[in-house]
Write a protein that binds this ligand. Structure first.
Ligand code: SF4
Length: 464
């Protein structure tokens, strides 16, 4: 990670049921989901008799370097890419997590964050459970193992005890289960290929293995894949539909379609809205520059409406090491220069509308604006394709604490001055609702309306 200021997703999951090349397809799908987590990757498979697993720290290509896939037999598999906030970057937290008990072997791969994890973990430990990791995802395994009835019943009972964001896959010797929390905070879709099924955090991975999207898993739904076919049930009647808005704004790949909305199209609309506001306000500019990569779609929408050239004013170096965390200011500034360069011939002497997706601590925006101005930009008007971040996320996105969120403590004009922008405007929550629909997404990090109780985290919100 170069930036001290980036948002981080906490994982992507992918599963295959009933395909001769289950592990290989999962491996390639994990590449398509790599943007959701770069610190760990793993695949578990089942051959109908037992489970197999290979996992490790690093990118999928680093974890699977040689013949590991050959040692993952079977037609069913689940895979995971991880970013390591919940529980820390330690080997035992890399997923899929595996367990063996009187109910057989199971593997689980989880995307999201369980907000009542501490309460549940303490209760499970008092009842004798021994945890082998510090990941909140392990709670899923323990709750399932303690359930009664069929595996579907056990998973449903586990889900009713958990609160927060979870989209997870469970693999047993004979079946695969795919589950989405009752608010649908994290995405999960089903695809079909060659007579088999796949399940993915994002549709881009379904496309990557040449499967066809079939449908999205609904909030609160448990889907079972077995030799008997596909069965589905809901673990609760209390369901809403609130996909994380940040999936659209920042995390998901532009070629993914989440709950019926294409990510590129949604980002483009945010650029259109920002341009319409600036046109009404009479902003004069020469070019539009999007911060690569997640802001390029919004920049395209802005440029089209404002009738301005959409220029490649910033170039991203894709080969900068992801573990580049440097402690001093000077080293951080150098790291930004390694990752992003201003295209001097394009930006020199220009009044630039700079489009970015979000402002967290403000340090990255400040450095990018400095880069552009040092390259001769005459003016830099920063437009952010999301509302100001005022609240932390407890649903699986590593946003920082409220104390660190600069917009929570500074109005846009003061912030513009601090980061060196000639002007700064954000989209509003009402604009987001215009793009994604009213009451259709979680906007809690913008408006503080969390969808659940926050349990241990209540204190953090109240006191900061
Ligand atoms: S609080 Fe923000 S980042 Fe977290 S789930 Fe809601 S919209 Fe996404």
């Amino acid at each position: 990670m170069v930036w001290d200021d980036e948002l981080h997703e906490e994982c992507g999951v992918f599963g295959v049921f009933h395909h001769a090349q289950a592990a290989m397809h999962t491996y390639f799908a994990l590449h398509a989901l790599q943007h959701r987590g770069q610190e760990g990757a793993g695949i578990a498979t089942s051959d109908g008799v037992k489970l197999y697993c290979h996992k490790g720290r690093g990118l999928a290509a680093e974890v699977f370097r040689g013949r590991e896939l050959d040692r993952l037999p079977g037609e069913n598999s689940i895979g995971h890419v991880r970013y390591s906030t919940a529980g820390g970057d330690v080997p035992e937290n890399v997923q899929p997590l595996m367990a063996r008990s009187q109910i057989g072997s199971i593997a689980a791969a989880h995307n999201g964050q369980i907000v009542n994890a501490n309460v549940l973990r303490q209760r499970l430990e008092e009842q004798g459970s021994i945890f082998f990791s510090s990941s909140d995802s392990e709670i899923i395994l323990h709750l399932i193992q303690r359930g009664k009835g069929s595996m579907m019943d056990k998973i449903a009972a586990a889900c009713r005890q958990m609160e927060g964001a979870f989209a997870f896959l469970v693999l047993t010797e004979h079946s695969m289960y795919a589950v989405r929390d009752r608010h649908g905070l994290r995405p999960l879709s089903i695809g079909v290929f060659d007579g088999g099924y796949c399940v993915s955090s994002e549709t881009c991975a379904i496309e990557a293995i040449q499967a066809q999207w079939q449908r999205d898993i609904l909030p609160g739904e448990i889907v079972k894949f077995s030799e008997q076919g596909v069965q589905s049930c809901f673990y609760t009647a209390e369901r809403t539909h609130h996909l994380c808005a940040m999936e659209y704004i920042y995390f998901a790949r532009p070629d993914s379609t989440l709950d019926g909305i294409n990510v590129h199209t949604a980002r483009r609309k945010s650029g259109v809205l920002m341009a319409q506001k600036d046109l009404s306000a009479g902003l004069a500019a020469d070019i539009v520059v999007g911060v690569p990569d997640s802001s390029l779609s919004a920049a395209a929408g802005y440029a089209e409406v404002a009738h301005l050239p959409n220029e490649m004013g910033l170039i991203k170096n894709r080969y900068v090491g992801r573990t580049f965390i440097e402690p001093t200011q000077e080293q951080r500034d150098l790291a930004v220069r390694m990752k992003l360069s201003a295209n001097r011939d394009v930006v020199c002497g220009k009044r630039i509308v700079l489009i970015d997706d979000s402002v967290v601590r403000g340090t990255t925006s400040q450095r990018i604006i400095r880069l552009l101005k040092e390259a001769g930009a005459r003016e830099v008007h920063l437009r952010i394709a999301s509302p100001p971040l005022w609240w932390p996320c407890f649903y699986g996105i590593d946003i920082a604490t409220r104390k660190e969120l600069i917009s929570a403590h500074m109005d846009p004009d003061a912030l513009a001055e601090k980061i060196g922008a000639d002007s700064l405007r954000f989209l509003g929550v009402a604009d987001m609702e215009q793009i994604y629909g009213r009451d259709r997404c979680c906007y809690a990090c913008f408006d503080g309306n969390y969808l659940t109780s926050l349990y241990d985290h209540e204190e953090e919100v109240r006191t900061t």
